[in-house]
Write a protein that binds this ligand. Structure first.
Ligand code: BGC
Ligand code: CA
Length: 302
């Protein structure tokens, strides 16, 4: 039975665009980023303790590493950062010589990292064109360009059996599906799993961050539409809608002791006057009582 309760867990904790929630089972904490502030945040669930790392420029994702520390998307660099000393080592640079920046990323079941890019954004959600790309980074930091012509590279996740990868490009408002080869680290047979209808901008917005739950349903943060929609990837149909008191909802992940809480990030970056006064924009929300479980995410093994 689903009886969702939405709580503002950390009010306006993100000064700009809160993003990239990642539940770390080992430390029972939630990692996330504040993109234009250039920080990554760790919130420890048991104590409520918060700690941060700060870099110059944008920080678009944070994923813990098996060897300790985290890997972050820093401008166009994928870098390792030691959480305690903040010592930063560049592992690789993508889209060299452009004004692009990294956006969302996730590690796959083999500990390989997948990270995408986007062009300069005039106002949130509007980029000059499809100048971004999707990359993977192996354990030994080798970069592979997996897909080009991406507008705003966004959420991604895999089915439990690793046979399918889902991936969002926000501007065409599509969730794509690919056949996934975990051993080879390749994607093929691109098709559209979920498409937002052209007349649904106010209720569906732009698809942003996403994750699959333990039943294989897809939870998508809907930027500019104040909600998270849950979809059946087989039919593309909407199964459930959660409404939040902030327009720009950016990403989702399951976490908590039983992996049955949904953490939802939001943005207060560059809100447009037409979007009204939003005192809770930039907050971290938590949804309990969904009656659904998520899956533990993977660390980067590089
Ligand atoms: C990006 C934002 C963008 C939003 C909506 C986020 O992932 O980081 O810059 O405005 O997606 O597409
Ligand atoms: Ca995103």
């Amino acid at each position: 039975m689903s009886n969702p309760k939405i709580e503002t867990l950390l009010p306006t904790v993100y000064a700009t665009c809160g993003e990239g929630p990642h539940w770390d089972v080992a430390s029972q904490s939630l990692y996330s980023v504040d993109i234009q502030e250039g920080t990554a945040l760790r919130w420890e669930a048991d104590t409520g303790k918060k700690s941060k790392i700060k870099l110059d420029g944008t920080v678009s994702f944070v994923v813990p590493c098996d060897r300790g520390g985290v890997v972050v998307g820093h401008n166009r660099n994928i870098s390792h950062v030691d959480w305690d000393t903040q010592a930063t080592t560049v592992l690789g640079e993508v889209d060299k010589g452009t004004t692009n920046r990294l956006n969302d990323a996730k590690a796959d079941a083999s500990g390989r990292l997948w990270a995408g890019t986007m062009g300069l954004e005039a106002v949130p959600g509007q980029v000059a064109g499809p100048v971004g790309a999707l990359y993977s980074m192996s354990h030994d930091h080798k970069l592979t360009n997996q897909l080009g012509n991406i507008s705003i590279s966004n959420g991604l996740d895999w089915t439990d059996d690793n046979s399918v990868m889902f991936y969002i490009d926000s501007v065409p408002r599509k969730v794509y599906a690919f056949d996934f080869d975990l051993a080879a680290g390749t994607i093929s047979n691109q098709r559209t799993a979920i498409e937002f209808a052209p007349d649904s901008l106010s209720t569906y917005g732009l698809p942003d961050g996403m994750c699959l739950d333990a039943q294989g349903k897809i939870w998508v943060a809907c930027f500019s539409a104040s909600c998270v929609h849950c979809f059946d990837p087989e039919t593309g149909k909407t199964l459930q809608t959660l409404k939040f008191p902030a327009t720009n909802i950016t990403s989702v992940c399951f976490g908590g002791k039983n992996l049955d809480e949904l953490f939802v990030t939001s943005s207060q970056y560059n809100l447009q006057p037409s979007q009204g006064d939003q005192p809770l924009a930039g907050s971290l929300f938590r949804v309990t009582g969904l009656g659904v479980k998520g899956r533990a995410p993977y660390n980067y093994k590089g």
